[in-house]
Design a protein around this ligand. Structure first.
Ligand code: DX5
Ligand code: ZN
Length: 226
């Protein structure tokens, strides 16, 4: 089953709790929190306090996507705040095995993200050690961008590699996932879809956005109004 992870980058932060509850009720599987440092990417967003606010607003697992250069020092604060999975970028970390091991020692699952211009083969040797590979389908930094078409080929390549290894590493795609691209991402092998604008910018709000994407990937949405 393909999982759906709403990215709160596109949420109305003045009513974050209600947005998260809408996602949960509509059948979302986990919450994706984008952390940007104005160095690795040209934007500045959320910190551990936001993760803590999410933790107190939903029972869904929280995944933190660190678009942060050399994030080692800040990772413990995110895990302490409630991150169940922490994703770092292959381009942002100098000693990836050390960082992966440090996150595992904190008791969190580990994801490694890769930008659209970085060869996906760079992840090959890491796949047996990590729980999630995050294929960026746009250059990271902003929501609302258009999925780059070579993403599908990159997903297929990693899917093949993960399956050949017999690894249980999840394959996630992030950026420009919407009602038109979601099914093709699943077909190319994605296990987890991240979506911001397509969910929180949907007419009728986040619950409708979640249900629409779930339908597109052949899943029934959750119940509403409870
Ligand atoms: C982009 C972030 C994404 C972003 C996706 O750098 O990593 O998670 O929120 O937003 P949409 O779905 O609007 O492309
Ligand atoms: Zn993200």
């Amino acid at each position: 089953m393909t999982l759906l992870a709403p990215s709160i980058l596109a949420a109305d932060l003045s009513r974050l709790g209600a947005e998260l509850q809408d996602c949960e009720r509509a059948g979302a599987d986990r919450i994706h929190i984008d952390v940007m440092d104005n160095h690795f990417v040209p934007n500045l967003t959320m910190g551990p306090a936001t993760v803590d606010a999410c933790r107190r607003s939903t029972r869904l697992p929280l995944e933190v996507h660190l678009m942060v250069l050399e994030p080692d020092a800040i990772v413990p604060a995110f895990v302490e705040a409630g991150a169940e999975l922490v994703t770092v970028h292959v381009e942002a970390v100098r000693q990836l095995h050390r960082t992966v091991a440090a996150i595992h020692r904190l008791g969190a699952r580990v994801g490694v993200g890769i930008n659209p211009a970085t060869p996906v083969s760079l992840l090959d040797d890491l796949l047996p050690e990590i729980e999630l590979a995050l294929v960026m389908s746009v250059d990271p930094g902003f929501g609302g961008q258009t999925l780059l078409p070579h993403t599908y080929q990159r997903l297929r390549q990693l899917r093949g590699r993960i399956d050949a290894l017999g690894s249980r590493c999840e394959l996630e795609v992030d950026g420009g996932v919407d009602r038109d691209t979601a099914a093709a991402c699943v077909e190319a092998g994605a296990d987890v879809l991240v979506a911001g604008t397509a969910i929180f910018g949907a007419v009728g709000g986040a619950a409708g956005g979640v249900r629409c994407l779930l339908e597109r990937i052949g899943r029934e949405g959750g119940t509403t109004g409870q």
